[in-house]
Design a binder for this molecule. Structure first.
Ligand code: PLP
Length: 425
């Protein structure tokens, strides 16, 4: 029974509800939530990672190395989701009128505990796009105000700033983030070098989805605050993948999704903002239920799937049974396994600081000379059954590879072999 926690015969207590064994249709025998190993070789403890793999249902017809879009819910989270949905479906308006509020308050509380932030600075949204669009559309812009964004920021946020440019007459400057930076200062300078007395906001992607590069947000926030400039962070890929707290970022606004690395139900995210900024930001959907100073004004959406918020407790419980640090290290280990096999191979370029522990993550992007990104992704799928995603961005062109906790080392090694074969012929 080495390294295994046992939570009860025939049932698993998760997220405040007890899930009967029969809900785990592909499990035989009592359901076990493994206890994470603590020794220094934990990232390579394949017995432990095999038991983690049992928490997920996997496609049988391809190797999934595109886990950046969203993460699957673990089986217990799906089971909890189904139970909560059944309950709401049975109770209908009774639940919505009498229990909905408590469920939202509880979800906000468990998330704030995980993020180590205050509940009155946290709004539960549907995703990062909504969170940051709320900020960008609701910021009290004046014509001539300036913002600095990054050249590898996510398209929806870039579009939101471009819309604010047309709508409010703001000026958007774009920092060139180096692909292989030599120092944090180089990145800080890329943003700060574009600021002036009119700059109101910097928008920084904590973990760049195109390459997996982690940016030094705290250093950028410090430099910006010295000049009285606010900082908004896109933390879509860092929350529940990278070991950090909201406070450590030193930012003013943070948006993230909970259906990515937290593995919660699709359509869940959050907007965090420092208390002092709440009154000055307009909500995306007009709200008359809360004071202008109340973070909950940002949660106005109309009828929403509350079951997806109720599952947060179970998703966090599973995440914490592994621990963010071990999860981050395992994901980096899988990324490095394949990157080190191909990084020096003729004709292959890794577009990620894969061997710099302060700047890397699960995600890495690779290109093969003479292959367009889409052709490389298609070849990997057709000839090797490996599913990735082509990135054809103005500054990043390659195939993005994102392993997950259920990824086997042999899967990423097969990818490395495939890339070498493709580059050779
Ligand atoms: C860096 C980054 N920001 C924002 C998003 C948008 O996330 P969502 O679709 O959950 O709003 C993504 C999605 O992949 C992303 O990679």
């Amino acid at each position: 029974m080495k390294r295994r926690g046992f939570l009860g015969k025939g049932a698993l207590a998760l997220g405040g509800i007890v899930l009967p064994q029969k809900l785990f249709s592909n499990h035989h025998g009592p359901f076990v939530l493994p206890t994470s190993p603590t020794d220094e070789d934990a990232v390579k403890d394949e017995a432990y990672w095999s038991s983690i793999r049992l928490l997920y249902e996997q496609p049988k017809d391809y190797i999934n190395l595109e886990n950046g879009y969203f993460s699957p819910m673990a089986l217990p989270v799906i089971a909890a989701h189904q139970q909560f949905e059944n309950h709401i479906n049975k109770r209908t308006s009774w639940f919505m009128r009498k229990n909905q509020e408590d469920a939202i308050v509880e979800a906000r509380k468990v998330l704030a505990q995980f993020l180590k932030c205050k509940t009155d600075e946290l709004a539960l949204t549907r995703n990062t796009t909504e969170s940051l669009n709320t900020l960008i559309a609701g910021f009290p812009w004046k014509a001539g105000d300036e913002v600095v964004i990054g050249n590898q920021d996510y398209g929806s946020m870039v579009a939101a700033f471009q819309q604010a440019e047309k709508r409010h007459g703001i000026v958007v400057r774009v920092a060139n983030v180096p692909i292989h930076p030599r120092s944090d200062e180089e990145i800080v300078d890329a943003y700060m070098g574009l600021t002036n007395s009119k700059t109101r906001l910097l928008h920084v992607t904590h973990l760049i989805n195109l390459t997996g590069q982690l940016l030094p947000v705290a250093a950028i926030s410090n430099a910006a605050h010295e000049k009285g400039i606010l900082v908004a962070v896109d933390a879509a890929h860092s929350v529940a993948q990278i070991n950090f707290t909201i406070e450590e970022l030193g930012a003013d606004f943070v948006g993230a999704s909970l259906h990515k690395w937290m593995g919660n139900a699709l359509g869940t995210g959050f907007l965090w903002m420092k208390n002092q900024h709440i009154p000055s930001i307009w909500p995306l959907m007009a709200d008359s239920d809360h004071e202008a100073t109340d973070i909950r004004k940002f949660e106005h959406q109309g009828t929403r799937p509350i079951q997806s918020l109720q599952t947060l407790k179970a998703a966090i419980q599973i995440h914490e049974s592994i621990g963010t640090e071990l999860k981050q290290n395992r994901l980096k280990y899988l990324m490095q396994l394949w990157c080190k096999e191909v990084a020096e191979f003729p004709g292959i370029t890794v577009l990620t600081p894969w061997n710099n522990a302060n700047r890397n993550s699960a995600i890495a992007t690779v290109s093969v000379t003479t292959y367009r990104p889409v052709d490389l992704a298609n070849k990997l799928l057709k000839d090797y059954n490996i599913f990735t995603v082509a990135i054809d961005h103005p500054v990043i062109k390659g195939v993005r590879v994102t392993p997950h906790l259920f990824t086997k080392p042999e899967d990423v090694l097969l990818l490395a072999k495939a890339l070498q074969e493709i580059a050779k012929y």
